[in-house]
Design a binder for this molecule. Sequence first.
Ligand SMILES: [Zn+2]
Length: 357
Amino acid sequence: MRIGEDNFDFQNEGMKMGIEFKRRLQQTTILDPQREYQEKTLTLETRWDPLTKRTARVLDLPIRKLDRLDMDEFLGRAGDVQCPFCSDSLEKLTPRFTGDFIQGGKFQFGEVCVFPNRLLFDKYCAVTVLTETHHVPLSDFTEELLFNGFSTAQVFLRRVVEVDSTVRFFSINWNYLPMSGGSVIHPHFQIIGGELPTNHQWELILGGRNYQRRWRKSYWDELILKEKELGERYIGAVGNTVWLTSYAPRGFVDIMAIFRERRSIIDLSDQDLRDFSLGLIKAFHYFHDFNHYSFNLTLYSGEYNQGDSFWVNARIVTRRFLPPVGASDVSYFEKLHGETIGYKNPERLCEEMRGYF
Ligand SMILES: [Zn+2]
């Protein structure tokens, strides 16, 4: 085996901007059993996230579409488990907030319902059930359904910061279907808020703070400018939201949505949430057409009331079981090395997704 190395680090000479798209290629040669053991060169690309400087590995597999999965069969396996978020159970089995915090014990808006999570992942931890429908395939989500969910989650967070001034960090999160870690099929968000950030949320906040200190500009503003100028990962804009493929991917499909000039989820207008919901619907159409069935989503907020140059942003990473035995797509890399693997070049992904925006 021969190991070669090429360094493709980008220099920012002459650029009045701190965004750096750094990457490195490493190659090795193997003898390929599928080609009578002739030599074959394999390439690994390592990319540094331009904000957090964390590395991600990109194996640009020559696959356009993933194989179809029989989702009816897959979801049918959970058929006998009673769903806690279908209407009957929701009324009888789900916890409620105390009356001094939220009158009536829960927030209800149309079919959307916000109530406490049984498991306390943060000081405030709520579930937002989006609809009375037990399973909504990606192709059936509507802008209205998502908007109602996000705006009700936002009302909850507004109440949290109103009653508890120690809460400085919060986010809205979504594990869609069990492949992404979702333990209930029924569509629901998890809202978390408390005194401590998660690791990645803190990296975003600190990274943005450091960038502002050094370059006197908002990192997210500069990222949008740079990505638009390069045109390689800029998917498009929907109103006040800008959609990009992530330079250092954390999964099969990894996309970002950035809300211009918004520091906190609390600050988002109804129109911002409608823009985001519509952008998600466009992304879902791509996921559906390219056989991505499941995803993780987080909507990150900056540290509340700190006056940072943080811009609210979302990250959506698709998840799936790996053939042929249905293995998890999270392995020792993610669990024990804090390293992520992407299987498609973000620039190729952007080309595919652009037609949907
Ligand atoms: Zn249900």
